[in-house]
Design a protein around this ligand. Structure first.
Ligand code: ATP
Length: 270
């Protein structure tokens, strides 16, 4: 069932790579203006789910609905057209171009004759860099991306995505290479975007960051969804148990008793 406030819904998604099932009947929704944490241990299937959501890899089976309408052929151009912006672990910037050119790639500001208004783009880039993620150590918007550290480059990609305010921002481990101040700025920005109705999916191993900003948490374990829970109904301790110990951790946490005393764990908990 879909609701009016639902932006995206993946229904019963399965992904197989050869004989390996890396996503097994996963359903995942994001509401309008909702920030959802996508959590789980290494290899749980988070990045695969993100790639399916952004149209980078096709699902083996399942359905993809956008505002209640099913999209049959989910491609990157299709999701981009609908306003999905994804920051992958290795942010897709062009090293040989300036920060400004990367920020405006494909959305250049031009005059009537089609020439790029570089000074205006540099000015806006400087504002974006100052306001969005306060990136330490960047001297100028004209600087080449090849001269930036990994964390700085990632922050530029994030700045670009948040500036163009898309309908769904997917961040795959965005804070892993960011300094403390830039991380705080990014998390605050997600909350600001939410107030403007922009939805986000935050993939992270840092459960404190997730708990700080996400309205809902989805925990993956070995390709299955094992927990889908609103922030007010959970805690960092429970999320930690779910990520580290899987479904047994959640059951133990909820009952406070060892698994042996409460019997076998059923399917996904919600
Ligand atoms: N292109 C691929 N071909 C085969 N197997 C793959 C491919 N991409 C991912 N996998 C496998 O799918 C599983 C899930 O990987 P995925 O990257 O989605 O996990 P993750 O939860 O994002 O992990 P991490 O936190 O380490 O990034 C892993 O076992 C991985 O080896």
């Amino acid at each position: 069932m879909t609701t009016d406030s639902e932006l995206i819904r993946l229904d019963g998604v399965t992904k197989e790579y050869g004989p390996n099932t890396v996503l097994n009947d996963v359903s995942f929704t994001v509401g309008r203006g909702e920030v959802v944490g996508l959590l789980g241990d290494n290899g749980a299937g988070k990045s695969t789910l993100v790639k399916i959501m952004s149209g980078v890899v096709p699902m083996t089976s399942g359905r993809y609905l956008w505002e209640g309408e099913e999209i049959k052929h989910v491609t990157r151009p299709e999701t981009e057209r609908r306003g999905v912006e994804t920051i992958f672990q290795d942010s897709a910037l062009v090293p040989s171009m300036s920060i400004t050119r990367n920020i405006f790639a494909g959305r250049e500001i031009t005059n009537r004759l089609g020439f790029m208004k570089i000074r205006e783009m540099d000015r806006i880039t400087t504002e974006i860099l100052d306001s969005v993620v306060s990136i330490e150590g960047i001297k100028s918007a004209k600087q080449l991306v090849s001269s930036l550290s990994g964390g700085q480059a990632q922050a530029v990609a994030i700045a670009r995505a948040v500036h163009f305010k898309r309908s769904l921002l997917i961040l795959d481990e965005p804070t892993s290479a960011l300094a403390v101040r830039a991380t705080e700025a990014l998390l605050n920005y997600l909350v600001q975007l939410k107030a403007e109705g922009v939805s986000s999916v935050l993939v992270t191993h840092n459960l404190h960051h997730a708990y700080q900003v996400c309205d809902r948490h989805v925990v993956m374990n070995h390709g299955r969804k094992i927990l889908d829970i609103r922030r007010e109904d959970t805690s960092v301790a429970e999320l930690t148990a779910a990520v580290v110990e899987g479904v047994e951790g959640v059951r133990r946490f909820r009952t406070g008793r060892p698994l042996a005393e409460i019997g076998d764990a059923p399917g996904p908990l919600a």
